[in-house]
Ligand binder design. Structure first.
Ligand code: TXA
Ligand code: MG
Length: 357
């Protein structure tokens, strides 16, 4: 199959791209779509045969449920039946963070095929802020089920060319909406009502909506990052030991003293600032040094660049990628989560933090 990459640079091109993508989705095809977090591989969420194509293209096991994208919060009743005890809390989160990179897990309606939710009684829902995605989901008229547009277990794509590298030749169309502005997959929460006003937010995946941003609305609990038997439905995402992984081994080295280069091996350094005083630059004769914050130096810049840089280093031909740690505050929480999951050490050695904030 040849994969068409459709540009959206001008108003006319964007209108045409939206129409073509909606037509293909309507016909039961899959299309790679831009969102503000990462690119998604979309299908009409109410068309089971189309959703099956998403799993097939990604080689994603059917026990890993998909995220459903809605045009607006007002469309929630089409896919979720919100229990009265959390209705107010859902409303507050939606008002504050939608459209945007927050996914909420809620009891599903019968309209949502079991394949979308991997048989779970709940559905993960969000409203994307990307204007092209937003227009496509409106044009289709049905919700769009879309996981990240990568092969299962690989790095999420944050550009159309990254999608092409993952799924070129396998899917009919990629809508090029430019580089993703957040660069990390959405934050996923499940809401638990409590006796005293504020709810508990179970943080199933950290992401661009940080614990500090959620704190005014409820108490945050992070689920223990345990490995589950791999055939059970994944009701907390990314729990498989290897997730978001480059093909080249990546190792998060939390302390510079723990890295001893082996002779004859070529290493790349993934550095937050590229500052000698951080202690990593002098550890080896690096074949490549990639800096996450060459511009503003801010975390948002690092988040936008993280998957892009991981992908670049993966293609550079080194034997191993060594990642420097970064401070686990704000977006650093989600970035360290992704680095740990990508790291050859896997999730087993994560510090046991059940409470994030
Ligand atoms: O930013 C994002 O969320 C992107 C864009 C495309 O929207 N999507 C994305 O999808 O990251 P994916 O499939 O790579 O990750 C979705 C995660 C899965 O790992 C899954 O475990 C979790 O969401 N999930 C889906 N349905 C769930 C449910 N009912 N309960 C708990 N977790 C669920
Ligand atoms: Mg994914």
């Amino acid at each position: 199959m040849s994969t068409i990459v459709v540009p959206t640079d001008t108003k006319e091109l964007a209108i045409d791209a939206v129409r073509r993508a909606a037509d293909l989705l309507h016909a039961g095809e899959v299309v790679a779509l831009p969102t503000e977090t990462v690119y998604g591989l979309g299908a009409d969420a109410f068309n089971e045969a189309a959703v099956a194509k998403v799993f097939e293209a990604k080689e994603r096991p059917s026990f890993d449920p998909l995220i459903v994208h809605l045009p607006a919060a007002a469309d929630l009743p089409r896919v979720a039946s919100v229990p009265p005890e959390i209705e107010e809390h859902v409303g507050r989160l939606a008002a504050e963070f939608w459209p945007g990179p927050l996914t909420i897990v809620l009891p599903k309606t019968e309209a949502v095929p079991d394949l979308v939710t991997a048989g779970l009684p709940t559905v993960a829902v969000r409203v994307s802020a990307h204007p092209i995605m937003s227009q496509i989901v409106r044009a289709l008229g049905n919700p769009i089920a879309a996981p990240s547009a990568n092969r299962f277990g690989r790095i999420s794509p944050t550009s159309a060319s990254a999608v092409e590298a993952e799924l070129g030749g396998i899917i009919p169309m990629i809508v090029d909406g430019g580089a993703c502005s957040a660069g990390l997959e959405s934050t996923i929460v499940q809401i638990e009502a409590t006796e005293k006003g504020k709810p508990i937010f179970h943080l199933l995946r950290s992401g661009p909506i940080t614990p500090d941003m959620l704190k005014p609305f409820g108490k945050i609990k992070r689920r223990k990052p345990t490995d589950r038997p791999s055939t059970e439905p994944q009701d907390a995402p990314g729990q498989l030991a290897s997730h978001y992984a480059p093909r080249t081994p990546l190792r998060l080295v939390e302390n510079p003293a723990d890295f001893k280069p082996e002779p004859g091996k070529e290493y790349a350094l993934l550095s937050y600032r590229g500052e000698p005083k951080d202690g990593y630059l002098h550890l080896a004769d690096w074949a490549e040094v990639a800096v996450l914050t060459p511009g503003s130096g801010k975390q948002a810049e690092a988040a936008v660049r993280l998957f892009f840089v991981m992908r670049q280093l993966d293609e550079s031909g080194v034997d191993e990628i060594i990642a420097e740690p970064m401070s686990e505050v704000g977006l650093g929480i989600a970035m360290m989560d992704r680095l740990r999951r990508a790291s050859v050490k896997g999730v087993d050695e994560r510090p046991d933090g059940t409470e994030v904030a």
